[in-house]
Write a protein that binds this ligand. Sequence first.
Ligand code: URP
Ligand code: ZN
Ligand code: ZN
Length: 485
Amino acid sequence: MEFDTVIHSGQIATADWVTSGDIGIKDGRIVAIAETLPGGERRIDAGGRIVMPGGIEAHCHIAQESSSGIMTSDDYQSGSISAAFGGNSTIIPFAAQHRGQSLDDVISTYRTRAAKSVLDYAWHLIITDPTEKVLNDELPRAIQSGITSFKVFMTYDLMNIGDGGMLDILTIARNHGAITMVHAENNDMVKWMNRQLADRDLTAPRYHAISRPELAEAEAINRAIQLAKLADAPLFVVHVSTAAGAEIVRREKFAGAKLFAETCPQYMALTREALDKPEMDGAKFICSPPVRGAETQDALWHHVSQGTFESVSSDHAPYRADETGKFLNGADVPYTKIANGMPGIAARLPWLFSEGVVAGRITLEHFVALSATNAARTFGCTKKGRIAPGCDADIAIWNPEARRKVALEDQHDNMDYTPFEGLELTGIPEVVMNRGNIIVDHGALKASSGQGRFFKRAPVDLCGRSGVTLPEFDPRQNFGTDLRS
Ligand code: URP
Ligand code: ZN
Ligand code: ZN
């Protein structure tokens, strides 16, 4: 067979094994893997570097309004370019419903916004208004069209859908082969804390972290899991930021829940002291859930290395530290009026490689699983996130020894700061491909706006998890009413 491209002499890394060899690419797909492959219109010499699946960034906010209506600084062009420089071949941002909006309208809005992407993309639908029409007509049609995941919020007054709304969405997801992602923080606990702090005039950025206690996350994660178990539906807990939350996930997984989870670099790389920075600089580190203490970093690393989490995602939610973003409501406003979120789409994989693989906390195979393959499995990306014949040639070539210091001037997003400024990292993605097209080549962008494509996702693969059958769903015990039907 004649190949369009052969990547030769690489250390091919997958989620299962690492071996040296060549990869043949034809029409954007991987068609051969062998010790040596001849030919190829283009031959790329990997020179012993690591050749692995390009990352799948499955938690990022791009061209999306925040819970209070502030638009992210990145659109699909800058967001996807930044992702590519960070070793990603695929992005799955959110397409967010505003209350009263139809899902058809949401999808068509994001189709227009995403037209500039340089990488392939899909969306998770954020559901804030689960009306009868949304539940029974629009969501099933969205799933049918290949959008097989939703995100719901247990916090933020404008997004929180309540336990009943969650049960309804979980049930639709179960019945139609989708997965529900949840932002788990107890809204009333947070609002109560906000009132306590406001009564005492404690409104500086540092109080953001105090206003969202660890208990609020642990309580909500536990509740979300029980709701998912009642509905017998799969659940993905996003951005777990606490040891208590991770421990609940670990325990419930072991008990058999259809449960998936992620954490993010900021919860292991930063601590709440960052919010103390002078002159409102702490606002740059406001995100929800908030960054925690040093002991949490160690606990989350333990859970990453022991397999509690399927993925480490960025939760890239970029708002500039100016009047277009963090300070849209004023330069010196209480933390409750500052946009939540920080950038990190480019830092996620280099940070995880450096602090994970190079530091000896995880294996290279585990890195591949956490960065791409598990997201592909969990979210139904059947042709992505793997080095295997038939899969899209979404490939990254990494120099595992190159070192650099994170600096704003090297970023490609539309931001005026990086929370990871000054971190010394080892390992750089030098070449990034999407469907066989080179997107980034040794620091140079080779892609043009709009070359990424929307891809449909398959119904959710539960990775062999059978789930917990509660008495309510067991036809032998439920008083003759099979609630599944
Ligand atoms: O603070 C964050 N993470 N902002 C983005 C929205 C969300 O909650 O995921
Ligand atoms: Zn969230
Ligand atoms: Zn998020």
